[in-house]
Design a protein around this ligand. Structure first.
Ligand code: AMP
Length: 413
């Protein structure tokens, strides 16, 4: 017998309705906001991620699933943004469409230590709006994420917001942080000592208790933002407030990937323990150019589907399933006649199934019950001769004989 590999999950039929509800709610919100779906391959050249996420990030250094072939190194995508920008440029959308609003739903892969809410194959529902620097777009993206959670009736989440400023501001902030940490460097964990050399902002994301205590003592403010970035951030905050979307400023929120600048945000949920981020996103105004395209503003975000489902503690409910008609054929000729009846019912949009195991009437009734059938259709030799079928309404425990010509009408009402 084989087992699934650690950090992966089978999503069984009992759970699938929550997944489908979340996906369909998100699709409907994306449509309302006029975002169109894009699907890119799950496998890309590894260099795409090295280049965009940054060679010093944890994802690139430790978490990529790499596939070495004779000439290239491929990676299972650890996130969606880089692939979508690659696709935007490769398909010349910068020339034909210019400004695009895209969404995606699909699996992502990171070689992490599995725990609750942290998997090696997990799923993102995300959006990317490419081709605009407008602060209103930042507001739209955050309000879109908020709307998905609201429409899923999820509460108890917080939206944390920060601005990293333009690359110059980000550089000044990194330098300021480096200086502030100078004295404390030997007390930081080995990972943070390394981060201080290559990606100092990432220290602000460290989960190590000792590092967190040291960081608490630092006074962090937005003194590094240039006037343009200050104005942009003020417009984002004002826009969110005008829509009644609550947010908290968090000057420690940096998002570790190299491509982020200006607005960054994270949505966390108190019920999730240490892996409390439901989703996150931000602006990446230099990424399109970094990948060989024009200088274009862009912003995106992604929810972790598994985390959103954990936050919806009672599940997301089941979309009202169609009523099920379950046919029990008694005898060989009823079996073949039954197949035709099933076909007619299905063609008319009635959900229908049949006992294929030649069970006794009692055993087949038990199967119908297990399948939560609303109607049981019993077809014996007698009924076949009369062109009728016995229809049992499972809720009322009533039974009547119905002419086969009237069966669809009978089940539809
Ligand atoms: P990130 O690109 O890391 O900001 O990911 C966006 C969201 O995806 C996070 O806020 C999480 O909800 C989710 N996520 C990231 N990594 C994992 C993982 N290893 N397992 C499950 N969910 C994840």
């Amino acid at each position: 017998m084989f087992n699934r590999i650690p950090g992966t999950k089978d999503i069984l039929p009992a759970e699938i309705s929550s997944w489908q509800t979340l996906e369909s709610t998100a699709r409907s919100v994306f449509t309302d906001y006029n975002y169109l779906e894009i699907r890119t391959p799950v496998i890309e050249n590894a260099s795409l991620f090295n280049r965009t996420l940054g060679p010093a990030t944890e994802i690139v250094q430790k978490q990529m699933f790499l596939i070495h072939n004779q000439e290239d190194i491929y990676a299972l995508r650890p996130e969606g943004t880089a692939s979508i920008v690659r696709s935007y440029l490769e398909n010349s959308l910068d020339k034909t469409a210019g400004f695009v609003k895209l969404y995606y739903i699909g699996p992502m892969f990171r070689f992490e230590r599995p725990q609750k809410g942290r998997l090696r194959q997990f799923h993102h529902i995300g959006a990317e709006a490419i081709g605009s620097l407008s602060a209103s777009l930042d507001v739209e993206i955050i309000s879109l994420a908020d709307r998905i959670l609201k429409n899923c009736k999820i509460s108890g989440y917080r939206i944390k917001l920060n601005s990293l400023g333009c690359p110059k501001d980000k550089q000044a902030f990194s330098q300021g942080l480096k200086n502030a940490l100078q004295q404390q460097l030997p007390k930081l964990c080995p990972d943070c000592q390394n981060r201080s050399k290559h990606n100092v902002l990432r220290i602000l994301d460290c989960k190590n208790e000792a590092c967190r205590e040291i960081l608490k003592t630092l006074e962090l403010q937005q003194e590094y933002l240039c006037p343009d970035c200050q104005n942009h951030f003020a417009a984002v905050k004002a826009g969110l407030s005008s829509l009644g979307i609550a947010f908290e400023l968090d000057y420690r929120l940096v998002r570790g990937l190299d491509y982020y600048n200006q607005t960054v945000f994270e949505i966390s949920h108190s019920g999730l323990g240490s892996q409390d981020a439901l989703g996150a996103g931000g602006r990446y105004n230099n990424l399109v150019q970094e990948l060989g395209g024009p200088q274009l503003g862009a912003i995106g975000f992604a929810f972790g589907v598994e985390r959103v489902l954990l936050a919806a503690d009672k599940g997301l409910g089941q979309a009202a399933a169609k009523k099920l008609a379950y046919l029990i054929p008694l005898g060989a000729s009823a079996q073949s006649a039954g197949l035709k009846i099933l076909d007619t019912l299905r063609k008319s949009g009635i959900r229908a199934d049949m006992d294929y195991a030649n069970k006794s009437l009692k055993g087949a009734m038990r199967s119908a019950n297990d399948a939560q059938a609303e109607f049981v259709l019993i077809l014996g030799e007698d009924e076949l001769r009369k062109n009728t079928i016995a229809v049992k309404d499972m809720k009322n425990s009533t039974q009547k004989e119905v002419n086969l010509d009237n069966l669809i009408e009978e089940l539809k009402c």
